[in-house]
Design a protein around this ligand. Structure first.
Ligand SMILES: Nc1ncnc2c1ncn2[C@@H]1O[C@H](COP(=O)(O)OP(=O)(O)OP(=O)(O)O)[C@@H](O)[C@H]1O
Ligand SMILES: [Mg+2]
Length: 221
């Protein structure tokens, strides 16, 4: 599903230091994985490579059985559409309603209202926000905004779901609710990876983990 082989990353503005180096691991289809490590360890960088928002400067990244180094620029959008991404800071569009935020990936695919409405309503019901469909995102609590961001990430039924600190801004009750939804995606067959610097969440929800320290993978278990 995902394979990193000897992957390194240097940011152009990174003054010579590698953000990631010598990264080797694979994620099996349908797996759930925690990505752990302290601030600055490289978690977001690794997830940016996996969600195709950055390209590795060394080694090979394979996502959804595709070698990224060989991929033509024009093939990126289609592959990206099969990857759902959730960020710590939600990244919702403030001028669109809850409904339109959740519908966005389907609109981008060119689906008409008639073809997307049932899926959008179903996903909003799943995250508990159907009754807020007409609200602007600013009217939602942090936990609700993060659940909306999750709805948007999964409405197009991605094969791979990447979440970067999705609970970083939430209290523990809201965090558990988001993790429960991520685990439900996993139970339904989606491959899920979740970055967190929390040690409490992986302890509460045991699953295989990758641990980074200073840009290197220090454990894989
Ligand atoms: N856009 C960038 N340009 C230059 N260097 C960057 C950039 N983004 C991250 N870095 C550097 O790459 C390293 C890894 O950062 P990254 O954001 O991946 O860590 P992280 O584990 O996600 O940290 P946190 O837990 O704080 O989110 C750090 O040294 C950071 O300064
Ligand atoms: Mg980060």
């Amino acid at each position: 599903m995902v394979r990193f082989s000897g992957v390194g990353l240097r940011y152009p503005e990174g003054e010579g230091a590698a953000a990631l180096s010598g990264i080797d691991f694979a994620l099996a289809p349908g797996s759930f994985t925690w990505l752990l490590g302290p601030s600055g360890a490289g978690k977001s960088s690794l997830l940016r490579l996996m969600s195709l928002s950055l390209r590795a400067t060394e080694g090979e990244v394979e996502v959804l059985d595709t070698r990224i180094s060989r991929l033509k620029r024009r093939a990126f959008p289609a592959l990206r559409r099969r990857i759902g991404v959730v960020f710590q800071d939600y990244r919702l569009l403030p001028h669109l309603s809850v409904y339109e935020n959740a519908a966005l990936p389907l609109r981008i695919q060119g689906l008409t209202e008639g073809r997307l409405a049932a899926d959008v309503r179903e996903i909003l019901r799943w995250v508990g926000l159907l009754d807020r469909a007409d609200s602007p995102p600013a009217a939602l609590s942090g936990g609700e905004q993060q659940r909306l961001a999750l709805a948007r990430a999964v409405v197009a039924r991605p094969a791979l779901l990447v979440a970067d600190e999705p609970t970083g801004n939430l209290d523990s009750l809201q965090a558990r609710r988001v993790i429960a939804l991520l685990r439900e995606m996993h139970r339904m067959g989606t491959t899920v990876i979740v970055a967190t610097h929390s040690e409490a969440l992986p302890a509460e929800y045991p699953a295989p983990s990758l641990r980074l320290a200073a840009g290197r993978l220090v454990s894989h278990g």
